[in-house]
Design a protein around this ligand. Structure first.
Ligand code: ATP
Ligand code: MG
Length: 367
């Protein structure tokens, strides 16, 4: 049987999954190295959970192949389907899914009991994992007496106790309040790092994805829009969709008028009778003369005095002081630029404002 030669530890090739006539996952492919933390990020209904369930074997799939290590998990074409219980996967879901009538230690021990570990090995391993997730003092409490954050730690402990080859997380933090969610992001990442288990993490929360991931796959409608590290996804989105989904961006329709060297050119926009050409970076595949979308993060638009290199002039319609920065809006024709300014030197409401852009952080992306 031909095995893909990607060298990745987990390899998903051309995964297709239908529900009735609806394609929930539309031919996605990705591979990840052993120990990596990859996040599937996208809006509700884009196929994240379906992808995860397909890897876990909780869904059969309609096309493609999933391999982990040397083992083919699923390949309909080859007639292969490894049952979920043979896949050696730990899972953590949004709902805590721990058993209320058992203590924390009993919950965590369960996966080892069904694998027929010796009792003394179970005791040692459970103690080790409870220590890792910070629940040592709660070992003998009933699981229902834990807070939401603690219950999620217990779920994680249960998922990693048998040292599975793969960890799958489906929005594990979304039931927690914001403060706890922010703490748990860091905690969860620390624990994953420590145990070194290859992980796929599903979320629709972009800041969670940026904080936690080695790499992010941005999905839309069952397809992959972009894959990259958090910095790359944020600073070099390939299209309007990704740019809009991650962080805040000024997005404006226009045209690429010049390509001076590969990936570098000029973008032309017109508003209110002013036409400006902005030196910019170009997403691969955009040629001169093509329609594109300008994408500039608010922190990369600079309000400057007359003669300070500004290329267009608008009016500041609000400037909100937020401590470490000032959030400004600059109206230019029908367009409102979002501009982040320094509190010591920012435009005031009603002022004429000149805007300067750096070519490096001004992108022309696919519409
Ligand atoms: N068991 C099912 N039966 C029928 N349709 C389903 C089923 N599970 C998912 N779908 C459909 O497949 C598509 C993808 O769903 P999926 O649950 O994978 O999305 P998701 O990205 O996880 O979204 P969310 O962020 O809301 O959890 C959706 O259109 C959904 O309605
Ligand atoms: Mg989901």
């Amino acid at each position: 049987m031909a095995v893909d030669t990607s060298g990745a530890y987990l390899q998903v090739d051309n995964l297709v999954k239908y529900f009735g006539d609806d394609k929930a996952v539309d031919g996605i492919s990705f591979g990840i190295p052993k120990g990596a933390f990859l996040t599937l990020l996208g809006p509700s209904g884009c196929g994240k959970t379906t992808t995860l369930m397909s890897i876990a074997g909780l869904h059969t799939i309609d096309g493609g192949r999933i391999r982990v290590g040397e083992t083919i998990f699923t390949s309909p074409k080859e007639g292969l389907f490894l049952p979920p219980e043979k896949r050696d996967i730990g899972m953590v879901f949004q709902s805590y899914a721990i058993w209320p009538h058992m203590t924390v230690a009993q919950n965590v021990a369960y996966p080892l009991e069904i694998r027929n570990w010796d009792q003394s090995d179970i005791d040692d391993r459970v103690a080790e994992v409870l220590e890792l997730v910070g629940l040592t003092d709660w070992a003998d409490s009933l699981a229902t007496n834990l807070s939401g954050g603690q219950q999620q730690r217990a779920s994680l402990a249960r998922a990693i106790v048998s040292k599975p080859s793969l960890l799958l997380f489906d929005e594990p933090l979304s039931n927690l309040d914001l403060k706890l969610r922010e703490q748990m992001r860091v905690e969860l990442k620390r624990i994953q790092n420590e145990v070194g288990i290859t992980s796929i993490y599903v979320t629709h929360d972009q800041s969670e994805a940026l904080v936690m991931s080695d790499e992010i796959i941005v999905m839309s409608k069952g397809k992959i829009e972009q894959r990259g590290g958090p910095v790359e996804i944020y600073s070099k989105p390939v299209n309007e969709y990704v740019s809009n989904f991650i962080g805040i961006a000024n997005l404006m329709k226009g045209k690429v008028v010049e390509v001076s060297e590969p990936g570098i050119g000029k973008f032309e926009v017109t508003q209110d009778g002013q036409t400006v050409q902005l030196p910019c970076r170009l997403t691969a595949g955009i040629a001169a003369g093509e329609d594109a979308v300008l994408s500039v993060r608010p922190e990369n638009v600079h309000a400057v005095p007359e003669g300070g290199g500004g290329v267009l002039t608008g009016e500041c319609i609000h400037a909100i002081f937020l401590g470490s920065y000032v959030d400004c809006r600059v109206k230019w024709g029908d367009f409102e630029w979002k501009v982040i300014s320094h509190p010591r030197n920012h435009p005031r409401t009603g002022e004429k404002v000149h805007l300067r852009f750096d070519a490096e952080h001004t992108l022309a992306v696919q519409p």
